[in-house]
Design a protein around this ligand. Structure first.
Ligand SMILES: [Zn+2]
Ligand SMILES: [Zn+2]
Length: 98
């Protein structure tokens, strides 16, 4: 799964796959160059995202590892497959320079 981190220039939330770790990329938001971190370089965010199940309308929360993934609603009378929102992280998809 992609790593979540913040742009060191503008603090936009970004995500990058492991092929980008320790490469120089441009921020998709401010356009400045920075070194993409690797998981051992940063602490994972601990904030949870709250959202509403589209099937049963109950409030759910998900941890950062679940952002952008599918999971079944934890209520057994619902079990709707739902997509966990990604809390506004922008993917890095610009190829590294060099
Ligand atoms: Zn930026
Ligand atoms: Zn539900």
């Amino acid at each position: 799964m992609p790593l979540r981190f913040e742009c060191p220039h503008c603090e936009t939330r970004l995500s990058a796959g492991k092929e980008f770790f320790h490469t120089v990329s441009n921020c998709p938001d401010c356009g400045k160059e920075f070194m993409v971190p690797a998981p051992q370089d940063i602490k994972l965010p601990t904030d949870e995202v709250k959202f509403v199940c589209p099937g049963c309308r109950r409030k759910l929360s998900a941890s950062p590892e679940q952002f952008g993934t599918e999971m079944p609603c934890p209520f057994t009378d619902c079990e709707e497959i739902l997509m966990v929102p990604d809390a506004g992280y922008k993917p890095i998809d610009i190829p590294p320079k060099g």
